[in-house]
Design a protein around this ligand. Structure first.
Ligand code: PLP
Length: 298
């Protein structure tokens, strides 16, 4: 996709912030999940796999993306979902009911079993239950995914001094770091506590021109507060761009805060990657309603 950047350079007259709209890549396979799945789908077709199996939590963008991609490309799909208690709640969960509607078969396991999901014993059990399948890791991060995310930056993006992106497993930023030019600095905003993803990045690239921070994780994965909700709603109002509460909302909150604090070099050009994830808003809003908190505008 061409760089569908949007200028929001009113923020500070010495820095320019553009947004790469990967959230617009595909109507159902959101942003970086599209990039991460692209080569995996090609590979699965090449080896004539019939079934894709993958793993995820109750609101996972990855689960939704695999379900949609499977439907489009005529694969059977199986989602191994963390949390047995969800069996009876599929219809109240926007992500899981979407996945099911795409034809994904959902298999619920306990949190304990889920931790063990990469063990040969568990994989064997899955094969006994479901037969042959092409195994896509949780979050979709593997060599092919990193290769797909290397395509996020194009030669047109060489004019940027900073590339900012949200970080979960680290696969997306790893791809960006492999294709970033030496004069560019990649800034990763961890969506969860810790910056352990630097090990994933070093596995794929020798480039050291990146920094990972978790200062804007809001206490951990999928944790949010009123400040973040207000920020996301104001951002939507001001720029007509939706942000999700788990990844991109925290990314832009962080970028704005760093801009305010003069973190970026003067006169620098900053590219923020909107990695999508908007399907997660509906599920988060259900939770917010139960807590009597304001909801996120889509
Ligand atoms: C999954 C996801 C991420 C994190 O990607 P990783 O490759 O796991 O680091 C970032 N943003 C959105 C919207 C996502 O869905």
């Amino acid at each position: 996709m061409s760089n569908n950047s949007i200028n929001i350079n009113y923020l500070s007259d010495t820095n320019i912030l553009d947004i790469k709209r990967d959230d617009l890549l595909h109507p159902h396979i959101s942003g970086n999940k599209f990039r991460k799945l692209k080569f995996t789908i090609l590979e699965a077709k090449k080896i004539e796999a019939k079934t894709l199996l993958t793993f995820g939590g109750a609101f996972s963008n990855h689960i939704a993306a695999v379900a949609a991609a499977g439907k489009i490309h005529s694969f059977n799909t199986i989602g191994v979902i963390r949390g047995e208690e969800l069996v009876s709640k599929v219809n109240n969960n926007p992500t899981l009911s979407y996945a099911k509607a795409q034809g994904m078969q959902l298999f619920f396991v306990s949190r304990e079993q889920y931790k063990d999901k990469e063990s040969p014993e568990f994989i064997n059990l899955l094969h006994q239950k479901f037969g042959e399948f092409y195994n896509i890791p949780e979050g979709g991060t593997n060599d092919l995914a990193v290769q797909g995310c290397a395509g996020i930056l194009t030669p047109q993006d060489l004019s940027y001094d900073y590339v900012c992106v949200s970080v979960g497993t680290g696969g997306t930023i790893a791809g960006i770091v492999t294709s970033a030019a030496p004069h560019q600095h990649v800034l990763g905003f961890s969506a969860l506590k810790g910056t352990f993803q630097k090990e994933i990045i070093s596995k794929y690239s020798e480039n050291k021109n990146f920094t990972l921070i978790d200062d804007y994780c809001f206490g951990g994965y999928a944790k949010i507060d009123l400040k973040l909700i207000r920020f996301i709603n104001e951002f939507k109002e001001n720029h007509n761009i939706s942000l999700d509460p788990v990844y991109t909302g925290k990314l832009f909150y962080g970028i704005f805060d760093l801009l305010k604090n003069g973190y970026f070099r003067e006169n620098s050009r900053i590219l923020a990657v909107h990695t999508g994830g908007l399907q997660g808003i509906a599920g988060m809003n259900e939770k917010l309603k139960k807590k009597n908190l304001p909801t996120i505008n889509v």
